[in-house]
Design a protein around this ligand. Structure first.
Ligand SMILES: [Zn+2]
Ligand SMILES: [Zn+2]
Ligand SMILES: [Zn+2]
Length: 355
């Protein structure tokens, strides 16, 4: 749903039209039938950003879906955005403060040049990192994948998704940092440490012999003799993450994948080197449950690592991702400037038909 954030001038204030009850919405549709005369529903984006009053139309489309729209020609659609909670604001305040103290310039709710992409806090270091705090479950069609793509297409270098909800982290299809659940006074307290518990990992490369005590991902009991790569969770605080990511010392691996994670620039390079020259997968492979672990094969792995990513299969390297803003169509990639689609990066000529 576009334009979901509205001001209701009858005293209800800022409201998420997507979250209204059916009866409230139905009543609003009736009351607001003559939207410009009634002056009941005001666009929250146009007001919050530019103090411009736009009276919005509210109706149901042919499929019965809620529609909030500007008058014709007035302004473009605004992408779905959740109404911010106090905790959400506090996290953004904290990230802005820590980033600014570190010497970065920080912009709240920054708009990209296309005018349609927002981030909670945009941190401008040697890299432009969009910080996005996610409290409520993503809405269908306006999830993190689409928003991350838009953000990357808008020339941000990375999107740092953060949640304090295990449910959101588990459902996310992008690299997502998960922290301990903090209360509002803790989030506001600079001395309270918000620890990243998930989504920040280290790269482990080992040579596969029986002696090493790891499970061989190729299923060899005695070890296959090759080197394998795996990842393991490691610790960082949110504040340290914010101090380092805009400097490029922390980088996301597979940012558009469920198994994506952040790591140090050093480990990122090791990951890239390890995967160099290997065949790449699509950016967004079809939804599949996590790969079954190969328990029962080979030697057992240390328990602390067991529940985390299995060894990384052949896949797109970050290097190819970073430079993949050229069209990937064809066996010998076409190479023209491209935009991201579900199928990968495509130029105008090779973009998937919208028929
Ligand atoms: Zn507007
Ligand atoms: Zn092996
Ligand atoms: Zn092409």
């Amino acid at each position: 749903m576009h334009n979901n954030l509205i001001y209701l001038t009858d005293g209800r204030g800022k409201t998420d039209a997507a979250e209204m009850t059916d009866s409230d919405w139905d009543q609003l549709v009736v009351d607001n039938r003559n939207s410009t005369r009634r002056r009941l529903v005001k666009c929250a984006w146009c007001w919050d950003d530019d103090q411009i009053t736009h009276w919005m139309k509210t109706y149901n489309n042919a499929h019965g879906k809620r529609v909030v729209s500007h008058q014709p020609g007035e302004a473009g659609d605004h992408p779905y955005q959740a109404l911010e909670s106090d905790e959400h604001k506090a996290y953004c305040d904290r990230v802005e403060r820590v980033g600014t103290e570190e010497g970065y310039s920080a912009r709240r709710e920054a708009r990209a040049a296309d005018g349609r992409t927002r981030s909670d806090v945009l941190l401008l270091g040697t890299r432009h990192v969009a910080y996005e705090m996610q409290h409520s479950p993503f809405k269908t069609g306006y999830g993190a994948t689409e928003r991350t793509r838009k953000s990357l297409a808008a020339k941000r270098d990375a999107v740092a998704w953060h949640t304090d909800s295990g449910i959101i982290a588990g459902a996310a299809r992008v690299a997502m940092l998960r922290s301990n659940q903090a209360q509002l006074p803790q989030i506001e307290n600079p001395r309270y440490q918000i620890r990243i518990l998930g989504g920040f990992r280290q790269i482990v490369i080992w040579s596969c012999t029986a002696r090493e005590g790891y499970r061989c991902p190729n299923g060899r009991f005695s070890g296959c003799g090759q080197t394998h790569l795996d990842t393991a969770p490691t610790g960082i605080t949110l504040d340290d993450f914010i101090r380092q990511a805009p400097a490029g010392t922390l980088l996301p691996v597979l940012p558009l994948q469920r198994r994506g994670f952040w790591t140090t620039a050093v480990d990122y390079q090791r990951w890239t080197d390890y995967n160099a020259g290997r065949p790449v997968l699509d950016v967004d492979p079809p939804e599949s449950p996590d790969r079954p672990t190969q328990e029962g094969y080979g030697h057992s792995r240390p328990a602390s690592v067991k529940n985390h990513l299995p060894s990384v299969p052949p896949q797109r390297t970050m290097q190819s991702f970073a430079s993949a803003r050229t069209c990937e169509a064809g066996r010998t990639p076409c190479g023209q400037p491209a935009r991201p689609y579900a199928a990968g990066w495509r130029c105008e000529e090779h973009r998937p038909s919208s028929r």
